[in-house]
Design a protein around this ligand. Structure first.
Ligand SMILES: [Zn+2]
Length: 82
């Protein structure tokens, strides 16, 4: 679990909890759904999950998406590519 819940951001496809992960806290690689590239360990990034789902703030780990910070910011403009 992460220590604390990020803020809620409002997007065209709903509300998302957004939590910023500092680089040293990342220990494994994730695949960014925005650009389909790996997020290398140690890279500060964003984890987001839907606030509209039934599990809400306690969102299942499998529903979380790890994004490069710039990809998350660009998401509203270009939309998800997955
Ligand atoms: Zn990316």
């Amino acid at each position: 679990m992460f220590s604390g819940i990020g803020r809620v951001e409002r997007h065209p496809d709903g509300d998302w909890y957004v939590h910023r992960i500092p680089g040293p806290a990342t220990a494994k690689e994730y695949r960014c759904p925005g650009c389909d590239q790996e997020i290398a360990p140690g890279t500060p990034h964003v984890v987001a999950w839907s606030a509209d789902g039934p599990i809400g703030a306690f969102g299942d780990v499998t529903d979380r998406r790890h994004w490069h910070t710039p990809c998350w910011r660009a998401r509203a403009r270009r939309g998800p590519t997955r």
